[in-house]
Design a protein around this ligand. Structure first.
Ligand SMILES: Nc1ncnc2c1ncn2[C@@H]1O[C@H](COP(=O)(O)OP(=O)(O)O)[C@@H](O)[C@H]1O
Ligand SMILES: [Mg+2]
Length: 261
């Protein structure tokens, strides 16, 4: 098995990556590799460059230097975006688009549909993904009628509906109620069990800790740790943690209770 891993191309290979937002250098030489079947946590204080790194990986932020390969293909030649499911970091601004749950999750299948997969298969994948996150009974509801945690589950279902080989999620637990966290941890465990490679941006490991194979810690746009998850990171131990959380509701801040432990 070790031999296979060594000879196989990494799913993500970012080498010496630099990127700027405005005039500000945000990634300052990032090496980040994720091998097939791994579950890697990308950790770091607010502003350390985690979101910028994953947005660079999914092609939303251009690199000013360095190399990015996805599934062994240089990014400029990579076309297989349907192999990747991506859940961006939630913003507090309401989208205000009155889409239904089914519409939002079906949008995740667009890349597949263009490849000529049957609509029946699309419908089934959408329902299956919603079942995984416990939202199948909400298919026809407007996403505006959902709580923050339920909305996040729908966004995760959209990524899962792609049946991705690589799943990238940016702070999926932030601002999510305890029940939704549990559902999400279970859904993620099932994805990992079926071999999906996962890159998770996390502020702290929390309930996902048992799933994590390796942690990469960013500080000021540089990797300062790459190896076993740092100890006590589930307990606010990251350098420069400023204790600001995107939780609107103080009652919805149960992240540190260790759901799976
Ligand atoms: N659109 C933007 N324009 C300019 N600077 C930005 C923008 N987005 C983020 N930044 C800055 O880039 C740095 C890294 O941001 P980000 O990648 O979002 O960090 P993290 O996800 O680790 O909190 C921060 O200092 C942030 O203020
Ligand atoms: Mg971020």
């Amino acid at each position: 098995m070790e031999q296979t891993e060594r000879t196989e191309q990494p799913v993500i290979s970012l080498r010496g990556a630099t990127a700027s937002l405005g005039a500000r250098p945000v990634l300052r030489g990032v090496d980040l590799e994720v091998r097939r079947g791994e579950v890697v946590a990308l950790l770091g204080a607010n502003g350390s460059g985690k979101s910028t790194a994953v947005r660079a990986i999914v092609g939303q932020v251009p690199l000013t230097g360095g190399e990015l390969e996805l599934f062994g293909t240089p990014k400029r030649r990579f076309r297989d975006w349907a192999r990747i499911g991506y859940v961006p970091q939630r913003t507090t601004a309401a989208a205000g688009v009155p889409a239904t749950v089914r519409e939002v999750v079906s949008a995740g299948r667009l890349a597949r549909t263009k490849l000529g997969f049957s609509r029946r298969a699309d419908r089934d994948a959408v329902v299956k993904a919603l079942e995984l996150v416990g939202m199948a009974d909400r298919l026809k509801d407007s996403v505006n009628a959902l709580s923050g945690g339920q909305h996040q589950r729908v966004l995760i279902a959209r990524a899962l509906a792609v049946e991705p080989e690589l799943l990238i999620m940016d702070e999926p637990m932030a601002g999510v109620d305890l029940a939704s966290q549990e559902v999400l941890a279970n859904a993620l465990r099932e994805e990992v069990a079926r071999g999906t490679t996962v890159l998770l941006v996390l502020h702290e490991l929390g309930p996902l800790e048992p799933l994590i194979d390796r942690a990469i810690v960013l500080r000021d746009g540089c990797v300062v740790h790459d190896g076993p998850p740092p100890e006590a990171v589930g307990q606010h131990a990251l350098p420069g943690h400023d204790h600001v959380h995107p939780h609107a509701d103080p009652a919805a801040e149960p992240t540190r209770t260790g759901l799976l432990s």
